[in-house]
Design a protein around this ligand. Structure first.
Ligand SMILES: *[C@@H]1O[C@H](CO)[C@@H](O)[C@H](O)[C@H]1NC(C)=O
Length: 409
């Protein structure tokens, strides 16, 4: 496949109207945890590409009001997690599908890693290192390209729009927004929930794939192929307010992607142990594969298993707690004897004062893995031993990365 720096021209039909009801809850406000600068714009004003009066482009994305969150499924060579698509970018297409690129060379920043680190956005950077990866390993160049090519064309990120502007902060906001939005679009999990997992033999029609994704997300994405191999997805949005902290409204793709209408293959990434046959042999099931009561064990990234979760949600090698699950693999809540389990500021915990989160479960290598926001990656400072309890965080890079295996009790 070509390097990831190619924008595919989106010529085609005009916009469709915004999807009326979706499982995004109608719209996406992904930015609470990631927002470090504020636009001071309302996020409830007119919707991009649907305005009826002239708008201030500092607070209204124009002309690029058709936003595409683009993702890769790279298998040749494979990049990123075996159970997740990876980020390509966020592109501001014009409302008719044409687009401009490289709008402000004076803001074509280099050293995106340094920019994010200096801004304190290290969580975003770590997430990018795992999930926004270049097929040739040139992640930094890829990020610089995505920013300069597409980010500099966003009207709501123009420095003159920002109070107390310091150089580069609009690019930091761009990366935080893209990561936040990507986390709301777990393409792998959505396909998997609908019984579509990577395999070497099976093929699908375009409609089977988009129907599955529409059933999960509420909207129809566009699918791109390399020949007849699925390798890219475009999720479309309009926006209320600024790219920094506005409300992304999911919409149906205005045109079909490049995949053929049938015989589309969705191959596994190398290193993936997940196949259609192993997922059929997982643990005893109650509701759609999810046990009603389970223990949760930790499986480190090297494949060794050490302990699991106690009732407070900490990781330890002591006797494991029993968790009660309600829902199904595509969405469930979880409780221990201490109370509801939830994730707040990336920290997983269970207790009487914890606000419960919705989790999902992913079949992988014969295991059922706990996932949050579509990702099965968890991380702690180190592997516990003896009486020690480690705090569990979502994501990766805190010292010891692991997955959490749900086993029926
Ligand atoms: C929508 O807002 C943009 C940006 O201000 C403006 O160029 C365009 O004319 C507006 N459309 C309508 C129908 O007012």
């Amino acid at each position: 496949m070509a390097p990831k720096i190619i924008s595919i021209s989106l010529v085609g039909s005009l916009l469709v109207s915004a999807a009326s009801s979706t499982r995004f809850g109608g719209s996406v406000e992904p930015l609470g945890l990631f927002k470090r600068i504020s636009s001071s714009c309302s996020s409830t004003g007119q919707t991009s590409c649907h305005n009826t009066t002239v708008q201030n482009t500092c607070c209204f994305e124009s002309p690029g009001g058709l936003l595409l969150q683009t993702q890769f499924w790279d298998t040749d060579p494979s990049t990123g997690p075996t159970d997740s698509w990876t980020i390509h970018g966020l592109w501001p297409d014009n409302c008719d599908g044409t687009f401009t690129e490289d709008c402000d060379p004076s803001r074509a920043y280099t050293d995106i890693s340094g920019l994010l680190t200096n801004a304190g956005a290290t969580d975003t950077l770590s997430f990018m290192e795992e999930n926004w990866v270049d097929i040739n390993g040139n992640d930094e160049t890829f990020w610089e390209h995505e920013w300069s090519t597409h980010g500099t064309c966003m009207s709501t990120l123009v420095p003159d729009c920002l109070a107390d502007y310091s150089t580069g902060e609009e690019a930091v906001a761009f990366f935080e927004t893209v990561v936040g939005l990507f986390k709301t679009l777990p393409t792998f999990t959505w396909l998997s929930n609908q019984g579509i997992t990577p395999s070497t033999g099976k093929t699908y029609t375009y409609t089977e794939l988009t129907n599955a994704l529409q059933a999960e997300s509420g909207v129809v994405p566009a699918l791109n192929c390399d020949g007849d191999t699925l390798d890219e997805i475009y999720w479309y949005f309009n926006l209320k307010g600024s790219v920094i902290d506005g409300t992304f409204e999911p919409i149906d793709a205005p045109s079909k992607g490049s995949c053929p209408s049938s015989k589309i293959s969705y191959p596994p990434k190398s290193g993936s142990t997940s196949t259609t046959t192993t997922s059929a042999t997982t643990t005893p099931t109650s509701t759609g594969g999810l046990p009603a009561k389970a223990t949760i064990t930790a499986l480190s990234s090297t494949g060794s298993s050490a302990g699991g979760l106690l009732s407070a949600g900490t990781w330890s090698v002591q006797t494991l707690a029993t968790y009660t699950m309600s829902g199904d693999v595509s969405g469930f809540t979880m409780k221990s004897s201490k109370g509801s389990c939830g994730v707040s500021d990336e920290m997983f915990s269970c207790g009487g004062d914890v606000v419960g989160s919705t989790f999902s479960a992913i079949s992988s290598g014969g295991n059922l893995l706990l996932a949050f926001s579509g990702s099965a990656s968890f991380t702690s400072g180190s592997t516990p031993s003896g009486e020690a309890q480690e705090t569990v965080f979502t994501g990766s890079g805190r010292g010891q990365d692991f997955t959490l295996v749900i086993s029926s009790t």
